[in-house]
Write a protein that binds this ligand. Structure first.
Ligand SMILES: C[S@@+](CC[C@H](N)C(=O)[O-])C[C@H]1O[C@@H](n2cnc3c(N)ncnc32)[C@H](O)[C@@H]1O
Length: 222
């Protein structure tokens, strides 16, 4: 491991806006950090938390929790949030597959899944973040009408997610396979993460699926 990465990994847990699933007081710490009862949005696999920070600047009346298993990435996220003076962003070192063991009380109104590893091969299907085993975890940490938003460049993950929505009879809020081709697009969909910028540079089309637990009424777009 390089010296820079080692420094980040050892330093990050001392930051006031960073919490660690290994600490049994992690959830209490997050609640105390927000301590205002404002609605919470969670970003899964947040990397340097571009989405959380972008949304947090636009919605100071909400709280944002970025989650990633890599502490060095959350070091960058914490630094970004501090440099931009974003007070309503907290970060949690955690594995998504065990998130409900840390977040027992906290309920999110919205979950963003931004450019997760797509796991295109059938052999890794259980690792896709919209596999039913992950959806069961999201159901536990969402409010009743909470939304899940997936942003991806990957066709396989996009199609697979639509298939899961159909099979599990979930409610679709928005679907499009090329959001930047639309004439009008809501602000929330326009924030660009580090990985999104890389995909756009390669000419990839960005897909978005927004869905909730509950019965499907309508779907829109591409
Ligand atoms: C492709 S990067 C995307 C980062 C960021 N969302 C972006 O768009 O720039 C995927 C991120 O997911 C994290 N990750 C992958 N699997 C995870 C898991 N099971 N639990 C938590 N984080 C995970 C990785 O550490 C990495 O930071």
């Amino acid at each position: 491991m390089g010296r820079k990465k080692y420094k980040k990994i050892t330093e990050v847990r001392s930051f006031l806006n960073v919490f660690d699933y290994k600490n049994e007081n992690a959830e209490a710490g997050i609640k105390n950090f927000f301590s205002n009862g404002k609605p919470i949005t969670i970003e899964l696999c947040c990397g340097q938390a571009d989405y959380s920070i972008g949304l947090a600047e636009h919605y100071p009346e909400r709280n944002f929790l970025g989650i990633d298993r890599k502490p060095n990435r959350l070091w960058n996220a914490s630094k970004n949030a501090n440099e931009r003076n974003t007070k309503n962003v907290a970060l949690l070192i955690a594995y998504i597959e065990r998130l409900d063991e840390t977040l027992k009380d906290i309920k999110a109104e919205e979950i963003w899944i931004t450019f997760p590893d797509p796991y295109p091969f059938q052999s890794s299907i259980k690792k896709r973040l919209t596999h039913p085993r992950f959806l069961a975890i999201y159901k536990k940490i969402l409010t009743e009408n909470g939304k899940i938003n997936l942003k991806t460049d990957d066709d396989t993950l996009y199609e697979y997610t639509l298939q899961m929505i159909d099979e599990m009879k979930l409610k679709t809020n928005f679907v499009h396979n090329d959001i930047y081709s639309l004439e009008q697009i809501t602000f929330e969909y326009t924030i660009k993460t580090k990985y999104e910028k890389m995909h756009l540079e390669k000419g990839k089309k960005i897909k978005l699926v927004s869905f909730s637990f509950g019965h499907s009424e309508s779907a829109s777009g591409g």
